[in-house]
Design a protein around this ligand. Structure first.
Ligand code: FAD
Length: 417
């Protein structure tokens, strides 16, 4: 049985990266006297049944949020800044692979626009931060199965008994329960979107020569093959492949899999060896038709899922965290109801259009680059050629990827809301 009270100011459902960050941000903003519960179907602090071997491209804006939450300090030595990005779409049979566009990946003040950080390190640091806050009730091992909304509160059903057997009640329930969000379904919020005929393969390799912080985006007909520098002479390979072929590649023995990696990786960093396991993820694009209803809001993958071509899915989720925290802070400061539709509509207006535009942009990029049609190839090579000659345009794209354009919530600017 878990130590729990039954009434909280906010209940966050799902303790993935987004849910953990939100629970910490809300606690810092509303103060330790606020009752924040973080509920997950998995028990806290136990080795997950399936390890997450991915590494995230963390945008500068997201890094600032992690700084304000006090977790970046312990992560900094493990986060590899990307200093430059090389883009190519040359054929694997070409003896020489010309770079179409190369750009410096720094924003104003010489700050790196992106860092590569292993997912498990980030989640471990965020869980430690949530535990250290003391006032967050961590209710692990309790899947949320349903909830009912009345005028004043949400009454939540969880699997397994809580301390006194009474159901959780809260004026604001936030769903951070990922792509297949059960809470989104219970709330009756539909999504628009589609599955991609591709999978995302991820593995870690060690190479002979240093990468010097350079990332490579190699657009191949089946999808992009990204080489993302990690600390040491290591890189994370995030590779989009035709679904059937991708699953077959992942099932190869180590030697066969490494041969497939090497064929795409090339020899620019010398010899390459596997430095970790491999896995593949199905890919889809989805967008919730609403991000909020009375007393209920969606954040992270529960609200939107995007193609990983630009490494922005989690960054969009952290943007949700920053925007929702600011809306809750402003509403609470005025003494108003933080779960009211009026308050949550402001969050929805702030985040839904931006998420929609991002999802459409990444979908368009995937369609433009993941093919070998002569017309598409000519158009994109021409477009990239233009970008290569226009430093201002390159600077704009770098600032976009850094999450530093548009109406940026305070936490992404490194400020407390
Ligand atoms: C191959 C690949 C590469 C990617 N690379 C990048 C990248 O480089 N950069 C980037 O920004 N993004 C990237 N993404 C996207 C990123 O993975 C997601 O956007 C991010 O992990 C979503 O986090 P989340 O916390 O919203 O959801 P999740 O991580 O899915 O967390 C959901 C949580 O909810 C819990 N849960 C589920 N149901 C319930 C329930 N009923 N009750 C209680 N708890 C529940 C789960 O146990 C889990 O802890 C990538 C995605 C893929 C597939």
């Amino acid at each position: 049985m878990t130590q729990a009270q039954s009434r909280y100011d906010v209940v966050v459902a799902g303790a993935g990266t987004v849910g953990l960050a939100l629970a910490c941000a809300l606690t810092d903003t509303l103060g330790p006297e606020a009752g924040i519960a973080l509920v997950d179907r998995a028990p806290f602090g136990r080795e997950p049944a399936i390890r997450d071997i991915r590494a995230w491209a963390i945008a500068a804006g997201s890094k600032r949020l992690l700084e304000v939450l006090g977790v970046w300090e312990e992560l900094a030595e493990h986060a590899q800044p990307i200093t430059a990005v090389d883009i190519t779409d040359s054929s694997l049979n070409d003896a020489f692979r010309p770079i179409l566009v190369s750009y410096d990946n720094r924003v104003e003040g010489d700050e790196p626009a992106t860092y590569i950080l292993e997912s498990e390190r980030l989640n471990t640091a965020l869980l430690r931060a949530a535990q250290a806050r003391g006032s967050i009730a961590l209710l692990g091992g309790h899947a949320i199965t349903g909830f009912a909304i009345d005028e004043h509160a949400c009454t939540i059903d969880v699997e397994g008994d809580l301390e006194d057997g009474t159901p959780l009640r809260t004026p604001l329930l936030v769903a951070a329960d990922g792509r297949a969000s059960r809470l989104r379904e219970v709330a009756g919020i539909k999504t628009v979107g589609w599955s991609y005929p591709q999978v995302g393969i991820v593995t870690t390799v060690r190479h002979e020569k240093p990468h010097r912080g350079r990332a490579v985006q190699h657009f191949l007909p089946a999808g992009p093959f990204a080489i993302l520098p990690l600390t040491g002479n290591r890189s994370c390979v995030t590779w989009t492949e035709d679904a059937e072929r991708g699953r077959a590649i992942v099932a190869l023995d180590d030697a066969g899999f490494l041969a497939e990696v090497h064929k795409r990786f090339g020899y620019r960093l010398g010899d390459v060896e596997l430095a970790g396991p491999r896995a593949s993820w199905p890919l889809d694009m989805h967008l919730a038709r609403a991000f909020a209803i009375n007393r209920f809001a969606l954040v992270g993958d529960a609200a939107h899922g995007v193609h990983p071509i630009a490494g922005q899915g989690l960054n969009l989720g952290l943007r949700d965290v920053a925007a929702l925290t600011e809306v809750v802070a402003d509403t609470a400061r005025l003494g108003l109801d933080i779960g009211s539709l009026t308050a949550l509509e402001r969050y929805e207006r702030w985040r839904r259009l931006d998420s929609m535009l991002s999802a459409a942009a990444f979908d368009g990029l995937n369609r433009l680059f993941s093919n070998d049609f002569t017309v598409a190839r000519t158009a994109r090579d021409f477009g990239l050629g233009l970008i290569e000659r226009m430093p201002a345009l390159k600077g704009f794209f770098v600032a976009e990827a850094a999450g530093l354009t548009g109406d940026i919530p305070k936490l992404l600017r490194g400020l407390r809301p």
